[in-house]
Design a protein around this ligand. Structure first.
Ligand SMILES: Cc1cc2nc3c(=O)[nH]c(=O)nc-3n(C[C@H](O)[C@H](O)[C@H](O)COP(=O)(O)OP(=O)(O)OC[C@H]3O[C@@H](n4cnc5c(N)ncnc54)[C@H](O)[C@@H]3O)c2cc1C
Length: 344
């Protein structure tokens, strides 16, 4: 997303742009996403949720997202909802196919299956594919974001942000098709007893559950729910719908008494029958990356801008360190800022 945004904004400011896209389609992970571009309601809440993040970058994201969303509309992107459906966040939801089409039109010259060899603005979507491969985890993202931007930045003198070992994670019932990345995600750990392969309780998850997913031993667990939990709402569906989605996508769903270990006592398991769903940690995107300043300039170890080099989206790290935030918002805000810096 960030590359398309940067090109669209730079063209608007009079630049001649070329977007080089490694994949065989534009839109990257944005195209696969739920399309909710959001922020925490205040900077204080953002900092409390992502305590290791760079406060200056967090401030710019909070201050500029609403203008950036209006700018998207000025390009022709119509939100399908003007709220996120989550009282903890503020933002708008888009149809990602329509948003991709608008951005490609505004970005102009977009060349597919063309990995970059030189770039002024790095926007390759981080290194989720590499992290998933190295850790033996599933990937829940476009397959092309493999750290090429990070490597290029480092080779040109960039320093790295905090949070290089962190990722935005979701639990999947298996290696599902990319069209099921949203619908098959198992997002109800807060209603479940979550145990490892020996039946040990893995503890509580925060509202976004990315913290729990990152700490699943061996990248796997069982989510065990009782009859009451199945009725709980999860966004516009219920836990029962999500369990059905796991089953439909070929995941392992079984009566809890068939598990090969005894379950610990839990206030979550009161009303039988108890159902167990096998889940696997999946990497959506990385949190750490190239260190940038508020103008999206890539910084070296001495805090000096690396001449001619900018980064946006998941290539720019350290915004959400220690927590979870909107990768689409970061791509939008810092993609625009990078274009403005290059054009100034
Ligand atoms: C299933 C799913 C649901 C999500 N839901 C949400 C949501 O609702 N809200 C939210 O905020 N975030 C969501 N996200 C995360 C969001 O999609 C990402 O944070 C966002 O797309 C990151 O933007 P980006 O520009 O950094 O990367 P991308 O959008 O992935 O774009 C990076 C592009 O760079 C290309 N590329 C990689 N390497 C090279 C190379 N060497 N040369 C040229 N091109 C290259 C890739 O092919 C890709 O097209 C979701 C993600 C997924 C997968």
């Amino acid at each position: 997303m960030a590359g398309l945004v940067a090109a669209a904004r730079a063209r608007e400011l009079g630049a001649v742009t070329v977007v080089l896209e490694k994949g065989d389609r534009p839109g990257g992970s944005m195209l696969l996403s739920s399309g909710v571009v959001w922020r925490h309601p205040s900077l204080e809440e953002f900092q409390a949720e992502c305590p290791g993040g760079d406060p200056a970058l967090q401030r710019r994201l909070v201050e500029e997202l609403d203008d950036a969303l209006d700018w998207l509309e000025s390009l022709g992107a119509r939100p399908v909802a003007r709220e996120t459906g989550n009282p903890l966040t503020v933002g708008r939801r888009y149809d990602t196919r329509a948003l991709t089409d608008v951005l490609v039109r505004a970005a102009g010259d977009v060349r597919l299956t063309t990995p970059f060899s030189e770039a002024e603005i790095l926007a390759t979507g981080g290194f989720g594919a590499r992290l998933a491969r190295e850790r033996g985890l599933l990937l829940r993202a476009n397959e092309w974001s493999d750290g090429d931007g990070l490597d290029y930045g480092v080779a040109h003198g960039a320093s790295l942000s905090a949070g290089l070992d962190e990722f935005y994670g979701r639990a999947l019932p298996g290696d599902v098709d990319e069209r099921e990345y949203v619908s098959a995600a198992q997002l109800y750990a807060r209603h479940a007893l979550v145990v490892d392969d020996e039946g040990r309780d893995l503890g509580e998850a925060s509202w976004h559950e990315s913290d729990l997913v990152q700490r699943l031993p061996g990248g796997r667990a069982w989510y065990v729910v009782d009859a009451r939990a199945l009725l709980q709402p999860v966004r516009e569906r219920t836990v029962a719908d999500l369990v059905d989605a796991a089953r439909a996508s070929g995941g392992e769903v079984r009566p809890a008494e068939e598990l090969p270990f005894a379950l610990p006592e839990s206030p979550r398991l009161v009303e039988p029958p108890f159902v167990a769903v096998r889940v696997f940690a999946a990497v959506t995107h990385t949190i750490g990356g190239l260190r940038i300043d508020e103008r999206a300039r890539v910084l070296d170890r001495d805090d000096r801008p690396v001449p001619g080099l900018h980064a946006a989206g998941a290539d720019a790290g350290g915004i959400f360190t220690g927590g979870y935030g909107s990768g689409l918002a970061a791509a939008l805000v810092f993609g625009r800022i990078a274009a403005e810096t290059v054009s100034s």
